[in-house]
Design a protein around this ligand. Structure first.
Ligand code: NAD
Length: 256
């Protein structure tokens, strides 16, 4: 059985993923603000370094996989923090865990993107995405606070995460480590509830059309993650899997 580091597993999708992996007999090293093995704040560079160092200690420098779920919704009222957790909290952990993953058995990584990643036209040309991909955290935080709404920061952070995952496909493939992203639609978790409870955002979420006629459950995302991480997903690499009840197909049927 393998050893997997999962961020953001105190609640929501991360918690469901943890449960799914533990049901298969795997060992999970959880990383979150609280209620897990490694309590760390991924919104700061120090917190991310601590999370990486403590994970290495816990796994003996060898990981079979990582699932990065920690994230914040655009409704929280702290745009810089959303930028830091959603992008740098993923990219830094991927960099940090890479040496340990290379020593794992059939190693792979899955990160949480979002179906909203493609809702902003030409997102890759926008300054926030460019600052994130250039790993300029102070500039990304400044742009997020000064020039963006919270929802825009959320969507652009997920766009940057998707690009970062895809850009890793050659180097990670060469090293024998698969990496993919899952792009969920609305999933019933505390993050979604926070948006629903926020005036001006809740109605937009409620009006967002999902072709299958319902929102998703965290367990439905965990099941896809388990497939992508396991042997049956062995040829899936550098991909972004939309698990969103058809919402992405509805918004851009002819672009894929
Ligand atoms: P959630 O709020 O249930 O879980 C997010 C977890 O991240 C929490 O346990 C939280 O404590 C942790 N976290 C937040 N800030 C942190 C920090 N500074 N340091 C460490 N941990 C921190 O939300 P969820 O819906 O399960 O979201 C999981 C991922 O899926 C997120 O990246 C989110 O953006 C993405 N996502 C969710 C939805 C949805 O509708 N729920 C849709 C698309 C994408």
């Amino acid at each position: 059985m393998g050893t997997f580091a999962i961020s953001g597993c105190a609640t929501g999708i991360g918690a469901a993923t943890r449960k799914r992996f533990e049901a298969d007999g795997h060992r999970v090293i959880g990383i979150d603000l609280r209620d897990v093995e490694i309590a760390a704040d991924l919104s700061t560079a120090e917190g991310r370094e601590q999370a990486i160092a403590e994970t290495f200690e816990a796994c003996g420098g060898r990981l079979d996989g990582t699932v990065l779920c920690a994230g914040l919704g655009g409704h929280i009222g702290n745009n810089a923090m959303v930028a830091s957790v959603n992008f740098f909290g993923v990219a830094d952990l991927l960099d940090g865990f890479f040496p340990a993953l290379q020593k794992g058995e059939d190693p792979s990584a899955v990160v949480m993107c979002s179906n909203s990643a493609q809702l902003v036209p030409d997102a890759g040309t926008l300054p926030l995405v460019k600052a994130m991909l250039a790993r300029d955290e102070p500039e990304a935080r400044r742009i997020a606070d000064d020039e963006c709404t919270g929802q825009l920061v959320y969507m652009l952070s997920k766009n940057a995460v998707g690009t970062d995952v895809r850009r890793r496909s050659l180097a990670w493939g060469d090293a024998g480590v698969r990496i993919n992203a899952v792009a969920p639609g609305p999933i019933q978790t505390p993050l979604l509830q926070g948006g629903l409870d926020t005036p001006g955002i809740g109605d937009a979420i409620r009006e967002f059309k999902v072709p299958v006629g319902r929102w998703g459950r965290p367990e439905e995302i965990a099941e896809v993650v388990a497939f992508l991480m396991g042997p049956h997903g062995g040829f899936v690499h550098g991909s972004i899997w939309y698990v969103d009840g058809g919402a992405d197909a509805l918004t851009r049927a002819d672009r894929f």
